[in-house]
Design a protein around this ligand. Sequence first.
Ligand code: PXG
Length: 289
Amino acid sequence: MKIYMNGKLVDEQKAVVSVFDHGLLYGDGVFEGIRAYGGRVFMLEEHIDRLYRSAKAIAMDIPMSKAEMARAVVKTCAANRIKDGYIRLVVTRGVGTLGLNPFTCKEPQVIIIAAAIQLYPKKLYETGMSIVTVGTTRNQAEAVNPRIKSLNYLNNVLAKIEAINAGVMECIMLNSQGYIAEASGDNVFIVRGKTLVTPPSWCGALEGITRAVVMQLAPRHGLEVREDVLTRYDLYTADEMFLTGTAAEIISVVDVDRRKIGDGKPGRVTRELARLFHAFAQSSGTPIR
Ligand code: PXG
């Protein structure tokens, strides 16, 4: 496998990071997870825009333009003959001293990995997922804003540990006020009749790209979409519920905290949206060449 590192494609064995990189020492950096479908990179511009917003939010200047970054992603996919895959784009603060001061770091490190995708088990897309709400609350916007896709994912890792210890693969994180924020690595939607509702980013949600695609597709197919504050009441009483994410795509949730959502089976609206999403994903994107 060839890895893109700071302008060069290097062998996997040679793609190594310094122990003095603040990405390692402090989780100081930003990242993106991107998909390729049928030889095209899906929503590339949107991912790159979010990466640069995350970098700006942590006062980090990525040492290349957005257009150069897009070319680097495509080049890395081409070098690894990726048609359908998962791309991890990482920008660390770079090498500095052992102290916290990010301004000792000379230059951010840009790393691009293009590999195969690891999804939830296929069966889970047919049966739907069981999830739980967890005690670890989402980071407060005044601390590390959840809109920043930073390398510091401990908040989500702690939530994921709770989920796995409870015997499920994903969880719902609440914000410190008790409102639904998102899942540990996915956004949340509920379906009420012909309306989709998802928490606004100020409730503690990442502005997910898959979430944005769903919000674009739904109104073209007779569904209304709303951002609104949600509580656990809204989840437990929803007709349907699903999660969205680059890796997960659209996955139905059939119970939360062992309470059945709707009739406990993947709902009609969720299945239709998943179909529309796949059709859209297969028919758009930046060609890999
Ligand atoms: N919320 C969070 C906290 C995320 O990390 C999403 C929502 C979905 O956003 P997109 O743009 O992908 O639709 C993410 C992204 C994993 C994993 O292993 C998941 C993400 C990132 C890194 C790892 O499950 N999801």
